[in-house]
Design a protein around this ligand. Structure first.
Ligand code: SAH
Ligand code: SF4
Ligand code: F3S
Length: 448
C-alpha cells in the first residue's frame, strides 16, 4: 500500500507554492494524496501574520487529533511561519507532531518525512535559517504542472515594518540566483505552464542582498517575460518604497506582463505610515499610481490595508478612505491590526479598541465594495480572454459552469458545453454582466 499524505495550507501564495512543491516531491517518492482520516502523514503549512491564522493552526491540530483518533502512527508535520515561530514548542503540546519545518527547512522536509516514518520514536525540528537561498529539486513536470505556476525569486524580508512578523518567520532577505529562477520557469513552460507569477515578500529589492548575483528585479522581469511560450506574467508583492521607474515602464513595454498590480498601501495617513515604518507617504503612493496609469492606462490595482494600527485616529482613518478612492482599487485585503510577538508595534502603548477597529473595517470594506463594483461595471460589454481554472458546478442540460481569469485577474464565469472546458485553456469571452465579486461572460471564440 502506498503511503498517503494530506496537506492543509494557510496563508499567502508562498505557502501555497511550498505546499504544492512538497506534494509533488512526496508523489515522486511514491506517496499518494489522501483524505485526512486515512493519511499516514498530515502536513499543516501555517501562517502567523495575525493572531487569528496562528490560532487556526492550534484548532486544526485539535481536529487532526480527533479525526485520526490521536494514532501515534500518524506523522503530523507543522511547517511554515508558525513552525518557525514556535519551533520545538509544538512537541510538548501536540504529541502527534514529530516534525517542525521552518521557512528554510522545506527543502529537507521530504527526506525528513521518510526518515521519521521509519523511526517512530524520533522527532525533528528544522528551523535553522540558511545563509543562501535554500534551493530544492524542481519536482515539476509529469501531468501535474499547473497552467498557472508560482515561481519563488527570493525568501525573507529585511523591512521590519512595525506591525509585521514576517522578517522573523521568513528570516533575512535571500535572493535566488537568476539562472535558478529562469531554469524553473523554463521547466514549467516546457511542461505546459502558460502563466507565471513571480513570488517574494518584497520583489522590488530582488538581488539587493548578499545572496544576489547582481541581477535587479526589472532585469529579471524582462528576462522571464522573454521566455518563449510565456503568455502571462505577474508578480507579488512589490513594496511601494522600492518600485523603480524601470518596473513601472515594464507595464507599458512587456506585452505579456499582465496589467494588474497588487500594491500594498496599508494606511493612507502619513503619520500612521511613518509609525508603521513604511518609508513612503500618501503623495508618493499616489504618484506611483499616476505613473503606472501613464505607463499602462488600463492597469488594475489592488492592495492590502490595516485598520486600527496603534494611535490611528478617525482623521487618520479618513485618509485611508481618501487614498483608496483616489487610487480606485479594484479589490483589497483588509484586516484589523493584530499584535505580533517580536514586532515593534506590539509594544506601542496606544492600542485601538477592538470595536473601533471593527467599525472602521466595516466602513472600509463598504467603500471597497463600491470601488470594486464600479470597476467591474466598466468591464461589462468588453471582450476578454480568460484562462479557465475549474468547473464550478455541473448544470445538467445547459452545460458546465466554468470560472477563469482575465489579464486583470478578474474572475469571469461562463457556461460551456459539457466536455468543452479544460483547466489552462484560453477562451475569448464577451462580458455580459457584473456580479458582486465577479463577472459573467459568454464564449466569443474557440478555446486554445
Ligand atoms: N510583503 C508584503 C506583505 C506580507 S504580509 C508587503 O510588504 O506588503 C500580508 C499582509 O498582512 C500585509 O500587507 C498586511 O496588510 C497584513 N498584516 C501584516 N501584519 C499584520 C498585523 N500585525 N496585523 C494586521 N495585518 C497585518
Ligand atoms: Fe512585512 Fe513589511 Fe516585509 Fe511586507 S515589507 S513582509 S509588511 S516587514
Ligand atoms: Fe503568513 Fe508567513 Fe505568508 S506569516 S502571509 S505564511 S510569509
Amino acid at each position: 500500500m502506498p503511503r498517503a499524505y494530506h496537506v492543509i495550507t494557510f496563508g499567502c501564495q508562498m505557502n501555497v507554492n511550498d505546499s504544492d512543491w512538497l506534494a509533488r516531491s512526496l508523489e515522486q517518492r511514491g506517496f499518494v494524496s489522501g483524505e485526512l482520516a486515512d493519511a499516514d502523514v498530515v502536513i499543516l503549512n501555517t501562517c502567523s501574520v495575525r493572531d487569528k491564522p496562528e490560532q487556526k493552526v492550534y484548532s486544526a491540530l485539535g481536529r487532526v487529533r480527533q479525526v485520526t483518533r490521536g494514532r501515534a502512527s500518524v506523522l503530523v508535520v507543522v511547517a511554515g511561519c508558525v513552525a518557525q515561530q514556535i519551533g520545538s514548542g509544538f512537541f510538548g503540546r501536540f504529541p502527534q507532531v514529530r516534525l517542525v519545518v521552518g521557512s528554510d527547512g522545506m527543502a529537507q522536509a521530504p527526506d525528513a518525512i521518510e526518515r521519521l516514518l521509519d523511526q517512530p520514536g524520533m522527532r525533528l525540528c528544522l528551523t535553522d535559517f540558511s545563509t543562501s537561498y535554500p534551493e530544492r529539486d524542481c519536482a515539476l513536470g509529469g501531468g501535474q504542472t499547473p497552467a498557472s505556476a508560482y515561481v519563488n525569486i527570493m525568501q525573507g524580508c529585511d523591512n521590519f515594518c512595525a506591525y509585521c512578523i514576517v522578517p522573523y518567520t521568513r528570516g533575512r532577505q535571500k535572493s535566488r540566483r537568476r539562472e535558478a529562477v529562469l531554469a524553473e520557469c523554463r521547466e514549467a513552460l516546457a511542461h505546459g505552464t502558460r502563466e507565471i507569477t513571480l513570488l517574494g515578500q518584497n520583489v522590488n529589492s530582488y538581488g539587493q542582498d548578499k545572496c544576489g548575483d547582481g541581477t535587479t528585479f526589472p532585469r529579471l522581469l524582462r528576462d522571464v517575460a522573454a521566455l518563449p511560450g510565456l503568455e502571462r506574467l505577474r508578480f507579488v508583492t512589490p513594496h511601494p518604497k522600492d518600485i523603480s521607474p524601470d518596473v513601472i515602464a515594464a507595464f507599458g513595454e512587456l506585452p505579456n506582463l499582465c496589467p494588474r498590480l497588487h500594491l500594498p498601501l496599508q494606511a493612507g495617513s502619513d503619520r500612521v505610515l511613518c509609525r508603521m515604518g513604511r518609508k513612503y507617504d500618501s503623495a508618493k503612493f499616489l504618484r506611483i499610481v499616476e505613473d503606472l496609469r501613464a505607463a499602462r492606462p488600463d492597469i488594475a490595482l489592488s492592495t492590502d490595508l490595516i485598520v486600527g494600527f496603534p494611535g490611528e485616529t478617525e482623521e487618520d482613518f479618513q485618509e485611508t478612505l481618501r487614498v483608496m478612492r483616489e487610487a480606485g482599487f479594484m479589490s483589497s485585503f483588509s484586516f484589523c491590526y493584530s499584535d505580533r510577538p517580536g514586532a515593534r508595534a506590539a509594544l506601542f502603548p496606544d492600542k485601538i479598541a477592538p470595536d473601533v477597529q471593527q467599525d472602521r473595517l466595516s466602513r472600509l470594506q463598504a467603500l471597497q465594495d463600491e470601488l470594486g463594483a464600479a470597476w467591474l461595471a466598466t468591464r461589462v460589454g468588453q471582450q476578454a480572454v480568460i484562462m479557465l481554472e475549474e468547473a464550478s458546478r455541473k448544470d445538467a442540460g445547459e452545460g458546465e459552469s466554468w470560472q477563469g481569469r482575465d489579464i486583470y485577474g478578474a474572475a469571469i464565469n461562463v457556461i460551456l458545453p459539457a466536455g468543452a472546458g479544460k483547466p489552462g485553456l484560453f477562451l475569448p469571452v464577451r462580458i455580459t454582466a457584473a456580479k458582486k465579486h465577479s463577472l459573467n461572460g459568454e464564449p466569443a471564440g474557440n478555446p486554445s
